[in-house]
Design a protein around this ligand. Structure first.
Ligand code: NAD
Length: 499
């Protein structure tokens, strides 16, 4: 029987009232898993009101008490790890071990957030003037919202809400319509961990819910992760309504392979980075930049491996499949369309994922594809395909590789594979990308660093998690004070200076 999912508001499940229903699928079978009632304006406003009413008490709760709830939340996540990972695989399609991996990376952010008593410590300066002290504190931003994509249904929300809650904000999560269950489960676990009702709410919806959040004067901050056009529009609208916003967008991540690279290491890394999670990762490598003599050995080693990729359901296969299905049938058609387009544009299609036997199955499967001789003017190079399609671009030397990567509109992640320390150093110095790997294909920063791209991969000035996350979810207040006994003589009309 198809599941029904409504919302989580004020500490409990709430049935959706809206007649606008959106189906979501098990991508491995193509069957409809459930029906989501997409929140209308009044349902979304209700969640915002609840978050707003809960703010005063939660923000006054000592940070250590907030951290203790998060400690219990970590335990609950550990206890239910397999259950949540299973939900992710059943709704997103990624293989089970990968779903567990995303949970682990999410839990690491909660672990970071438990350090909030230390992270919120302010600054103090004695005697900034005679008998005058100055100090600053970080106070919560207010009611915050998170709008998240389908590709990491647990980790991306956990980039946001653990730090937001730890900082004393209340939160409204608007997850992707494609895989809502992990968010609902996390809401239940937060509640079981002792989080007061109303502090964390989940509104399942689409653009309507997002617009209501953007327009509400009660919402102070918005974290968005998704595709670039929507990220840009959310960011511009948030600015229009006077809200703080960080909006992370799409990507086209390049891996540069120098001729001196450890080629086996590079190829092995490339396989996981390009085809893992069926390429539906914002940090997936979708372009391999082969420098000079690196091209031939790279292609020779890649082709048989791409042909041999084990594609199938993310659950139940022994040994586990390497790549699951795409998230929807529409997305499968889109990816297949790009393969068609790439071949027409003149790139050399060495492996065609549409010819894999999995392509004909009921689920939303497509095999891995590999293009050689891709050039910067082709759509398959310019656009984010978000599928298991790897483009190889051949360039003559290091500087051409740098120029190619810097010429792309996106700047999320990149990697260089080389044994030469100078190339590695020059690359990390010159490249206009937010996250750089040196012989590491997917350089996703740990929770105590911050995650974010440059250029059209991020709108806003602060990245997520790490100290930038704490800064995003707090406002600095700076006090300057003295006590009457130290007061000098008479009125002061001029700007105070140390003199
Ligand atoms: P998406 O942009 O379609 O959706 C993201 C969120 O925005 C969802 O919650 C969705 O309901 C909402 N949304 C959709 N249309 C909207 C509209 N018109 N107005 C307001 N809100 C709207 O993205 P997706 O397909 O779910 O996810 C894939 C994209 O996310 C890729 O582009 C990927 O690169 C990107 N992504 C980026 C990062 C990063 O860190 N930069 C991380 C993960 C995913």
């Amino acid at each position: 029987m198809a599941k029904k999912v409504g919302h989580w508001i004020n500490g409990k499940h709430v049935d959706g009232q809206s007649d606008t229903i959106s189906p979501w699928y098990n991508p491995a079978t193509g069957d409809v898993t459930g029906h989501l009632s997409l929140a209308n304006r009044s349902e979304t406003e209700h969640a915002i009101d609840v978050a707003s009413d809960s703010l005063q008490e939660w923000s006054a709760t000592p940070p250590l008490a907030r951290a203790r709830i998060l400690f219990r939340f970590i335990q609950k996540l550990e206890q239910h790890k397999d259950e949540i990972a299973r939900l992710i695989t059943e709704e997103h399609g990624k293989v089970f071990s990968d779903a567990k991996g995303e949970l682990v990376r999410g839990i690491e952010v909660v672990e970071f957030a438990t350090g909030i008593p230390h992270l919120l410590k302010g600054e103090f300066s004695n005697n900034v003037g005679k008998n005058i002290d100055s100090w600053s504190v970080r106070q919560p931003l207010g009611v915050c919202a998170g709008i998240t994509p389908f590709n990491f249904p647990a980790m991306v929300p956990m980039w946001m809400f653990p730090i937001a809650l730890a900082c004393g904000n209340t939160f409204i999560l608007k997850p992707s319509e494609r895989d809502p269950s992990a968010s609902m489960m996390m809401a239940e676990l937060l509640s079981e961990s002792g989080l007061p009702d109303g502090v964390f709410n989940v509104v399942n919806g689409d653009r309507n819910a997002v617009d209501t959040i953007l327009e509400s004067p009660k919402v102070d901050g918005i974290s968005f992760v998704g595709s670039t056009p929507i990220a840009e529009s959310v960011y511009l609208n948030a600015a229009k309504y006077g809200k703080r916003c960080q909006a992370l967008g799409g990507a086209k991540n390049h891996m540069v392979i120098m001729p001196d690279a450890d080629m086996d290491m590079a190829v092995k890394s490339l396989m996981g980075a390009a085809y893992g999670s069926a390429g539906e990762r914002c940090m997936a490598i979708s372009v391999a930049v082969a420098v000079g003599a690196a091209a031939e050995p790279l292609i020779q080693k890649l082709v048989p491996l791409v042909n041999k990729l084990r594609v199938g359901p993310g659950l139940g296969a022994e040994p586990e499949n390497e790549m699951g299905p795409l998230v929807t049938g529409a997305h499968k058609d889109r990816v297949a369309g790009y393969i068609e387009r790439g071949a027409k544009e003149g790139a050399k299609l060495l492996v065609d994922g549409r010819k894999s036997p999995c392509f004909e199955e009921e689920g939303f499967f497509i095999g891995g594809s590999l293009f050689d001789h891709v050039t910067a003017d082709m759509d398959i190079y310019k656009d984010e395909i978000f599928g298991p399609v790897l483009c190889v671009v051949r360039v003559p030397d290091f500087q051409s590789a740098v120029a190619l990567v810097n010429g792309h509109e996106y700047g999320n992640g990149t990697a260089i594979f080389t044994r030469n320390g100078n190339y590695a150093r020059q690359y990390s110095e010159q490249i206009e990308v937010g996250m750089v790997g040196i012989n590491v294909p997917i350089p996703v920063p740990m929770a105590f660093y911050s995650f974010g791209g440059w250029k059209r991969s991020l709108f806003g000035s602060l990245h997520v998690h790490g100290m930038e996350g704490v800064k995003f979810y707090t406002r600095t207040k700076t006090m300057t004070g003295r006590w009457p006994e130290g007061y000098g003589s008479g009125n002061e009309f001029s700007m105070p200076t140390l003199g």
